[in-house]
Structures are given as structure tokens and as C-alpha cells.
Ligand binder design. Structure first.
Ligand code: PAF
Length: 299
């Protein structure tokens, strides 16, 4: 069914998404999100609009990618605010009629996506999916890949757009698309940050004022590690850890230098492209961030 809204049509069933996509002429982009949209998501939608005629923004808090004791129940859900956030992009395009609207939201209830509950066929991430985020959140990537595979099968987009902030997610989605021969092009967008450097994240909404200040430690640690890039991975790791130890509200999960080719930790003598990745808990909120660097070159 199509809920009629002033600017942003909200589709709640798989059948309506399929028929909208079928009836439209031109290309389709998918921007998968879990809602609580912020400037980072809007940048993905803008990028999608530059590459396709119709942009399907999925808003679905996917229970499959949350483990026991994680923040599924407190994950911010704000469909009305999300529509308001997207509306200026739609009206700028001068396409305010649901029939011609270039941006449509797909916000299915859980039962629409998982009518048989969680006893379903799943995508299994390769071994690298058990490291970093996968080590802290067992099963997270299988759940994430499963829902992304379903969304791709539902919207059949030409392009799908992801934020680089979730670097391991992007790596695994690209692997899945290659391994399963899914005919879609992946576009990524650099991490969007607040003026002070804090990476935009839906989970930032759960931070208190003080925690928000402490959360800056992640960006500070990435910059500290990156600024040692001439000196190699051991110096980079040490600088990053040192920066994070300065704030007692921040509990480090991991800080590592990985090779973007395989997402595995680089050797101490590595030189060339790398990604500094970090995850830490600030109060009850778990945050991640990363920074691309070239080891052996000045930052
Ligand atoms: O990055 C996210 O918000 C989610 O992992 C995604 C890709 C929408 C799948 O649920």
C-alpha cells in the first residue's frame, strides 16, 4: 500500500515497491538505511539522485542484525521526522506528486520482511565478517547481508549507495555482490562529519552532552594514528591508543590498521593504502569510525 503524503510517498509492502519500480521509466537507486536520518544519509540520497531517476530509500530497523542485549529496542525510529528530512530534497527536484516523486521511502513492518520470523535462509559472511564488528557483534554481518540481499531483490536497483563510515559493512556488501553475482553497482560516500569532526551517526542521538564531547575521542584517535602514517603501523596504533586513553568515558573496543583489499590487519612493515578503523563505547552507546590513509606517505 502507498500511504499518501505531501512529498515523500511511503511504501510499506514489497508488492508496491515492485510495482513502482516496474512502472517507472529509467534507472533506480537504493539507499538502504535504518532511519533516524541525518546529514550523512541525506548525502547518500543526493548521490543516488545524481545516478538514477528514482531513489528508493529503505527505512527498516532490521532485527536480524542485532544480537541479544544490543540496542534494537532503543534504536531511534522516527519515520515522520525522516520524511521531513527527505522532503526538501524532493521539493528541490520539483517533483512533489507521488506519481512522479523521484524519492520514495520503503518502510516495511517486520512481518512484511520476515513473515516466517527469523527461521529463514540467510547469507553467511566470509571469515573476515567475524573480525572487528563481527567479533563484537556475532551474527551482525549475516543479518545485515541477508537484509541487504532481500532489499536488492525487492527494489532491483541499478545502483546501491552506502556510507563509508561503515567500512567493514561496505567491504562485505561488495564481496556479497561479487560472490553472488548480483547485478548492481555499489557507490560509496565519504563519512559526513559535524564541524568538530564527530562522524554523523543515528546513534549520536543517544549521547548526552558530555558523552558527545567524549565521542570526539574517536576522531581524535584516528587523526593521531593518521598523523603517524609516515612512521608505519606500530607508531600509528600506539598514537591512536594513546589518544583514546585520555578520556575515561571512552571504552575502546578495537583500533586497527587494515588493508582495504582484504580488510585484514596490515603487517608492521606495510606501506601503501590502509584504513584506520576504530570502535568504542561512549557511555552505553557503541560508535565506529575510520579514516583512509597511505602508510609511508605524509598525512
Ligand atoms: O547501515 C545500516 O544502516 C544497515 O546496516 C543497513 C545497511 C541499512 C542494513 O540494515
Amino acid at each position: 500500500m502507498i500511504a499518501n503524503t505531501p512529498l515523500i510517498p511511503v511504501l510499506t509492502t514489497i508488492d508496491t515497491v515492485r510495482s513502482v519500480v516496474r512502472e517507472r521509466r529509467g534507472t533506480v537507486a537504493l539507499v538502504p538505511t535504518m532511519g533516524a536520518l541525518h546529514g550523512g544519509h541525506l548525502a547518500l540520497v543526493e548521490q543516488a539522485l545524481n545516478h538514477a531517476d528514482t531513489v528508493v530509500v529503505s527505512i527498516f530497523v532490521n532485527p536480524l542484525q542485532f544480537g541479544a542485549g544490543e540496542d534494537l529496542d532503543t534504536y531511534p525510529q522516527k519515520l515522520e521526522a525522516d520524511r521531513d528530512a527527505l522532503a526538501p530534497l524532493q521539493s528541490r527536484l520539483d517533483a512533489t506528486d507521488p506519481v512522479t516523486a523521484r524519492i520514495v521511502v520503503f518502510a516495511p513492518p517486520v512481518a512484511e520482511m520476515y513473515p516466517d520470523g527469523q527461521e529463514i535462509t540467510r547469507v553467511t559472511a566470509p571469515a573476515v565478517g567475524a573480525l572487528f564488528e563481527g567479533a563484537s557483534r556475532p551474527g551482525h554481518f549475516d543479518g545485515m547481508l541477508t537484509v541487504v540481499a532481500k532489499l536488492l531483490a525487492i527494489a532491483t536497483p541499478h545502483v546501491v549507495v552506502f556510507g563509508q563510515k561503515d567500512a567493514q559493512q561496505v567491504f562485505l556488501v561488495e564481496r556479497m555482490i561479487r560472490d553472488l553475482n548480483i547485478p548492481v553497482r555499489v557507490l560509496t560516500h565519504p563519512t559526513v562529519r559535524d564541524d568538530n569532526g564527530l562522524a554523523k551517526s543515528s546513534r549520536n542521538q543517544n549521547l548526552s552532552e558530555g558523552e558527545r564531547r567524549s565521542a570526539l575521542a574517536l576522531h581524535t584517535a584516528l587523526s593521531a594514528a593518521a598523523s603517524e602514517s609516515l612512521n608505519g603501523p606500530p607508531a600509528m596504533r600506539a598514537a591512536g591508543h594513546n589518544a583514546l586513553e585520555q578520556d575515561s568515558l571512552v571504552r575502546l573496543d578495537y583500533l586497527e590498521i587494515v588493508n582495504p583489499q582484504d580488510f585484514l590487519p596490515v603487517a608492521d612493515d606495510h606501506r601503501g593504502p590502509a584504513l584506520v578503523i576504530v570502535a568504542a563505547r561512549v557511555g552505553a552507546t557503541r560508535l565506529i569510525d575510520n579514516e583512509p590513509v597511505v602508510v609511508g606517505a605524509p598525512y
